[in-house]
Each structure stands twice: as structure tokens, then as C-alpha cells.
Design a protein around this ligand. Structure first.
Ligand SMILES: Cc1cc2nc3c(=O)[nH]c(=O)nc-3n(C[C@H](O)[C@H](O)[C@H](O)COP(=O)(O)OP(=O)(O)OC[C@H]3O[C@@H](n4cnc5c(N)ncnc54)[C@H](O)[C@@H]3O)c2cc1C
Length: 478
């Protein structure tokens, strides 16, 4: 028997960058809003495993919702970055043609398409490119500069959206997987894996690659999403690369690129592989080799760079390739925001705004006059000079770790702490600092290291207590 039904006006399913941006926009209204995420932390799926580029949308298919939202996002980003204090670098992107055929595609397809999307590209000769970026392959034939492209931290962005929403009254429930839904006349009942039941006037389905499965829970079989895998390599040496280096894009993907990472290091990739399994995040020898071959065409010195980490992400591809933002075929109360394939991070401010408006009209919500646009100052303080250095590779101090553990949306896992602070991201990948981080976690959050997971349930790095003792003393200073 269900004892406790939580009544909300709007329930967002999915704590990726899209669901989080929507949650923030919804928190502008007089409404009870909540978000359900099945993982122990937000941003655990596609939103954390991408190229981290804020695209201008120069190569989006003109006239599509994607192109429109990317154009709107270009206008919104400066204020989002400023108000939510998101680390961002406007590096610009060099679009490189390695053959006469690619140069023709650039001149006859890409540049006209960019113009239709409202983005001006600047043509560059081979000599102009090599003069400013001597690391580029001398065998190139020409290219173009996309000034407006930049790099961002996707996790920071997602967390900032969520923290802003939470500080404005929204609720975020992690480790709550949606397992059932029933559409009633006045609301939708949503059931979660832990037994919670929500009665929502409107449900926003922003479950990424699983949005089609969420739709099916409501009896809606109107769309299917397939995974397209992208593998990446992270390297520490930058070989002077300070801009995003892109090949001329093709119809399937933007191609294998070389891009600086906002907190240091360089990202190489991604591949674009059709796979069947929505959980297939494996990196493969073939995929990594393909990346190195692609990189060799752009920045030869980086092709053999030592990898500090490899990972893969899965794009959620709809049959048409277009964004699916519309009410469900079974009920107006279920709104799909799905198939956000390769540009969801870039378009997120505009997707949030667009969906927020749709919901406002449907539920006739009124704007609050006490909505706080800016994250408070205390959340932006670095704390870098407080306490000793805990993560030696990235010089992360105790103050920075404690600030993350006390934030409005604190980490529940070691990976959550890693993404909030940068600790464990350097060369040692946590081998040196993890025990001290676990102890701080234990002191601040009161959790037993045996139950503190690296990421998912059952991934604790601690195997057992020795001699029946607690692994760490509680209370004392680490
Ligand atoms: C290789 C690659 C490179 C990319 N590069 C870029 C780039 O440079 N710039 C850019 O703008 N975009 C890029 N993208 C695209 C971008 O990453 C996505 O568009 C974006 O992350 C999609 O966000 P999302 O919130 O829709 O999905 P997700 O991040 O997948 O979020 C969906 C969430 O729903 C949750 N969920 C699923 N089922 C349930 C359930 N039953 N109950 C509760 N929660 C559930 C999931 O756990 C997940 O957290 C790239 C993507 C890939 C794969």
C-alpha cells in the first residue's frame, strides 16, 4: 500500500545537462518542481562524456529546432556563464581542410550553411593557419576560423543549473530510478525504484538515451533512440594547442577533433560508432587507433601522446536525427525532450528556456518575483589557500574539498567529489589522495567508507575493515 504520495506541479526525469537546465528554468515559477535521477549523482551519463565544446551551431541543419535553439543559446551563454560562475574559455575553433575536396566542401557547403545559421566563418589560407598554430599538420590545404566556439566544464555546468534550481526551491532526488508511470486524467503517477510515488501535473521526460523507455512506461511507443558511441583519449601534454581543432564535418559527426580541456590537458576524439547496447561504454583498441589516426591529420605531434585516461560517451540518436521536443502521443501531461544528440550541452540554456515556456503556458504558471538569478558569492570562493594540499597532482586543498562536501548539492560518491573539485583527475588518478578524501568524506557526511562508492552501487574501493576496526578514526583531523 502506498502511504506517501508526493504531489508536485512538474517532475523532471533525468539529471543530465538538459534536465538540469530545464529544472532551473522551472524554478522561476510559482510551482513545486522536482527532478529524479537514477544515479547517485547528477551528470553521470552522456552529459559527462562529451567533447565539452560550446558549439555555435554553424553546421546544424538550417531550419531545424536544433539550429534555432543553438542560435538562441549563443545569446544566452554570456549571462549564464556570468551568473552561474561557470569556467569557460572562448578559444575559437580552427576548421582544418586536409584535401582539396574538403576545401571545396568547406567553401561550398559548410560556409554557406554557417551563414544561414547566422554564424560568420573567416576563411584562412594554409600559411595563415601555420603562422599562428605551428603545431598544425603542414600538409593541410586551408581552413576557417569559427570565432564563437569555446570550451566549458560539462559537469560544472550541470551542477550549477541544479544548484541554482535547488537554491530557488526545487528538489533533486538522486538514486531514484523511474520504474513505472500511469497516466490519470488529472495527473501522472510516477513510481521509483525505492518505492516513492509522485503525482505530477506535468512530467518532463529528459532521460537522455532512455527517454524512449520512459515513454514506453506511459504506453507511448512513438519514438526509438539508438546509441552512437564516441570514444575519447585524455592527454596531459598540450603541444601548444590552445584552440579547438576541427576537421571538416561530415553528415554523421563532427569528426575526430583535438580540444583543450578547460581545467588543463587535451581531449582527443570522439569516434562515431553505431552500437546496440545502451550501456556499452567500453573503449576499444580499434577505436583508440582511429582517434590517433584522425589526430595525426590535424596535429601530428599529438598522435602518439601518452594517454592518462580513456572513456566513451553515447549520443542519443533519433530516427530523423532531430531533437524531439513535444507532448507524448498518450497525454499532454507528458512532455518529451529527447534525441538531443550532439549539441545538448551547447543548446542547454535555450532548451531550458524553451521547455520552461511550454510548461508555463500549459500549466498557466506565474513568474516568481524572488527568483535569484545568480549563484551566491560563497559558492564561487575558491578556498584554494585553506588547509594543506590533499590532491598533489592538481594542488587541491582541504578547503576546496570541504567546500564541495558542504555545497547545496553535495557529492554522494568519490567520483562526485572528483568532478566537483578536480581531485583525483591528475596523473595518479587518485592512487595517492583517495584515502584522505575518503576520510574527509567520512568526517563531513558521516558515511562508512565501506558504503562510500566510487560511482555506482557496489563500487566501494574499500574491501573490508581490518581486525574489526574502523578504517579511519572519526572526528580527528585528517
Ligand atoms: C561523444 C560525444 C561528444 C559530444 N560532444 C558535445 C559537445 O562538444 N558539445 C555539446 O553541446 N554536446 C556534445 N555532445 C552531446 C551532449 O553530451 C548531449 O546532447 C547531452 O549531454 C544530452 O544531455 P541529456 O541530459 O539529454 O542526457 P544525459 O546526460 O544522458 O542525461 C539523462 C539522465 O537521465 C537519467 N535517467 C535515465 N533513465 C532514468 C530513469 N528511469 N529514472 C531516472 N533517471 C533516469 C540518466 O541516468 C541520465 O543522468 C556529445 C555527446 C557525445 C556522446
Amino acid at each position: 500500500m502506498v502511504k506517501d504520495i508526493r504531489r508536485v506541479d512538474v517532475l523532471v526525469i533525468g539529471g543530465g545537462v538538459v534536465g538540469s537546465a530545464i529544472l532551473r528554468e522551472l524554478s522561476r515559477y510559482h510551482a513545486r518542481v522536482a527532478l529524479l535521477e537514477r544515479n547517485p549523482d547528477i551528470c553521470e551519463c552522456t552529459s559527462k562524456s562529451n567533447s565539452a565544446i560550446v558549439h555555435t551551431g554553424f553546421d546544424a541543419p538550417p531550419g531545424t529546432l536544433e539550429a534555432r535553439l543553438l542560435a538562441e543559446a549563443r545569446e544566452l551563454w554570456p549571462q549564464v556563464i556570468e551568473r552561474l560562475h561557470i569556467p569557460y574559455l572562448q578559444t575559437g575553433a580552427l576548421l582544418i581542410a586536409t584535401s582539396d575536396e574538403e576545401l571545396n566542401t568547406l567553401a561550398n557547403e559548410i560556409i554557406p550553411k554557417a551563414e544561414r545559421n547566422g554564424v560568420a566563418l573567416k576563411r584562412l589560407t594554409r600559411a595563415e593557419i601555420l603562422e599562428n598554430a605551428s603545431y598544425i599538420n603542414p600538409a593541410i590545404v586551408g581552413g576557417a576560423l569559427v570565432e564563437g566556439e569555446g570550451i566549458i566544464d560539462p559537469f560544472w555546468t550541470t551542477r550549477a543549473y541544479c544548484e541554482s534550481a535547488v537554491l530557488n526551491g526545487a528538489r533533486v532526488f538522486t538514486s531514484e530510478s523511474v520504474v513505472g508511470m500511469s497516466v490519470e486524467e488529472s495527473h501522472i503517477s510516477v513510481h521509483t525504484s525505492s518505492g516513492l510515488v509522485f503525482a505530477a501535473s506535468l512530467v518532463v521526460n529528459a532521460a537522455g538515451l532512455w527517454s524512449d523507455e520512459i515513454a514506453r512506461l506511459a504506453g507511448d511507443y512513438s519514438f526509438t533512440l539508438t546509441p552512437r558511441k564516441g570514444q575519447f583519449i585524455i592527454v596531459e601534454e598540450d603541444h601548444g594547442v590552445s584552440q579547438i581543432i576541427l576537421p571538416v564535418p561530415n553528415r554523421i559527426s563532427k569528426g575526430i577533433l583535438v580540444t583543450p580541456i578547460v581545467f588543463g590537458g587535451v581531449l582527443l576524439g570522439p569516434t562515431a560508432e553505431e552500437v546496440e547496447d545502451k550501456c556499452d561504454l567500453a573503449t576499444t583498441a580499434g577505436g583508440l587507433q582511429q582517434i590517433r589516426q584522425g589526430v595525426a591529420k590535424l596535429v601530428p605531434a599529438m598522435a602518439g601522446a601518452a594517454s592518462v585516461r580513456q572513456f566513451a560517451g553515447l549520443r542519443a540518436v533519433s530516427r530523423t536525427g532531430e531533437y524531439i521536443v513535444r507532448p507524448s502521443s498518450v497525454s499532454e501531461r507528458l512532455l518529451h525532450v529527447a534525441g538531443i544528440r550532439s549539441t545538448g550541452l551547447s543548446a542547454s540554456p535555450a532548451i531550458g528556456r524553451y521547455v520552461g515556456e511550454l510548461v508555463r503556458h500549459q500549466l498557466e504558471l506565474a513568474l516568481r518575483d524572488d527568483f535569484v538569478e545568480e549563484l551566491p558569492e560563497y559558492l564561487t570562493e575558491t578556498h584554494a589557500d585553506e588547509g594543506d594540499v590533499i590532491c598533489l597532482c592538481r594542488s587541491i586543498t582541504r578547503g576546496e574539498i570541504l567546500a564541495a562536501l558542504r555545497s547545496p548539492l553535495p557529492p554522494e560518491t568519490l567520483d562526485g567529489l572528483k568532478r566537483r573539485t578536480g581531485a583525483m583527475l591528475g596523473d595518479c588518478q587518485g592512487n595517492i589522495c583517495m584515502p584522505r578524501l575518503m576520510q574527509l568524506f567520512q568526517q563531513q557526511r558521516g558515511c562508512d567508507p565501506l558504503s562510500l562508492n566510487k560511482n555506482y552501487a557496489g563500487s566501494s574501493p574499500v574491501v573490508a575493515h581490518v581486525s574489526g576496526k574502523q578504517p579511519y578514526a572519526t572526528g580527528g583531523e585528517v
